[in-house]
Design a protein around this ligand. Structure first.
Ligand code: ZN
Length: 175
């Protein structure tokens, strides 16, 4: 039985702490955490979530891309758990795009990210995988990956002028 866990918010020191590697991906607590992260992310209408956001300081993220108003061509993917993820290589091209965060409600920021990355991670069955991610999915990954080292998207904006409220973001989306 999976459950929705509380999403901690900016100010909670766990969000600023480096996460620990997952030693045993197949263990019951980790499998339960994976299921709960998926449930929690879906319930919050997010496109990604990292374990530290539910106060579990493990190197574990869930990527769940789907088309949004800003990214209408984003692929729809089943929520994909990635354990002990790493960025192996990245494009030289950097693109800016709007991001929000379930742990930073009410704020959006224009964040530069690599357009393409090659990543490695362990899947929930313990298999090491290598994959190339581009555009929106690469952005989600880089956002969630930052949570594992205690960073949030606010740290990545080039200027505080690139921060706007959710309300203003929605207005500009319609305009
Ligand atoms: Zn986030």
């Amino acid at each position: 039985m999976t459950q929705t866990r509380e999403i901690i918010q900016l100010g909670n020191p766990i969000l600023r702490s480096p996460a620990l590697p997952v030693e045993n991906p197949l263990s019951e607590p980790i499998q339960t955490l994976i299921d709960d992260l998926i449930t929690t992310g879906v319930a919050a209408n997010g496109v990604g979530i990292a374990a530290p956001q539910v106060a579990q300081s493990y190197c574990l993220v869930v990527i769940a891309s789907r088309p949004t108003l800003r990214y209408p061509h984003a692929p729809f993917m089943e929520p994909t758990p990635m354990l002990n993820p790493q960025i192996i290589s990245h494009s030289s091209e950097v693109v800016k795009g709007w991001e929000g965060c379930l742990s930073v409600p009410g704020i959006r920021g224009l964040v530069p990210r690599y357009q393409a990355i090659e990543v490695e991670y362990t899947d929930r069955f313990g298999q090491r995988k290598r994959q190339e991610l581009t555009d929106f999915v690469a952005r989600i990954f880089q956002h969630e990956y930052d949570h594992l080292s205690g960073k949030v998207f606010l740290d990545r904006v080039e200027t505080t002028l690139d921060l706007i409220t959710e309300q203003e973001y929605q207005k500009q989306l319609i305009a």
